[in-house]
Design a protein around this ligand. Structure first.
Ligand code: 5GP
Length: 201
């Protein structure tokens, strides 16, 4: 069985990453890496489902034990990817999706240059503000902080392999599926298929 692909997805808060990925993840060839964070859960978020909600002490001890594949501070909290589940799932042939911010994504680029880097864009900054206000899960000052981050984050999209605009949800999901399918068919990722053809003489 071939090893799975590591797929890194970034985009500013409110761009619709979560909604798009929920659709993509309906296919069980994907595994969503549940991150660890020191931020407080939002209403409805569940520990071990949305995130592993950790204390700062626990998070820092995981960093020391080299248990994090990457981590980054973002809006006054730590966010990080636990190394072990990602490695186990790639080994099992699953495509592992990391939904992480830009600094963490760039650390993955150094460590795992073969990963695929996708950036999700809102149609405009104006639309991003509207979506964050509508979501209503953050206080006014948190929304402002996130919007301030957004323009800087979007300017980092040039470092990614693909930029997908989330104007229409279905179209964005189709775009992502098409990108992943094309990546699966790259010769370096589909050597097993070629071997199989040659073996079945
Ligand atoms: P939120 O607080 O909205 O859930 O997430 C804030 C930001 O942190 C988002 O851009 C999200 O993609 C990013 N994030 C979530 N998990 C991780 C992680 O494990 N590592 C890094 N570097 N960023 C993460």
């Amino acid at each position: 069985m071939s090893r799975g692909m590591l797929i890194v997805v970034s985009g500013p808060s409110g761009c619709g990453k979560g909604t798009i990925l929920a659709e993509v993840l309906k296919d069980d060839k994907f595994f969503y890496s549940i991150s660890a964070t020191t931020r407080a859960p939002r209403p409805g978020e569940v520990d071990g489902v949305n995130y592993f909600f950790l204390t700062k002490d626990k998070f820092e001890s995981l960093i020391k034990e080299d248990g994090m594949l990457e981590y980054a501070p973002y809006c006054e909290n730590y966010y990080g990817t636990l190394r072990k589940p990602v490695e186990d799932m790639l080994e099992k042939g699953k495509h592992v999706i990391l939904e992480i911010e830009v600094q963490g994504a760039m650390k993955i680029k150094d460590k795992c240059p073969e990963a695929i880097f996708l950036f999700i864009l809102p149609p405009s900054l104006k639309e991003l503000r509207r979506r964050l206000n509508k979501r209503g899960t953050e206080a006014e000052d948190v929304i402002e902080k996130r919007l301030n981050e957004a323009a800087g984050e979007i300017s980092q999209a040039y470092k990614y392999d693909y930029a997908v605009i989330n104007g229409d949800l279905d179209a964005a999901v189709e775009d992502i599926k098409a990108i992943i399918r094309a990546e699966e068919l790259r010769v370096k990722n589909s050597k097993n298929n070629i071997d199989e053809v040659l073996e079945n003489a």
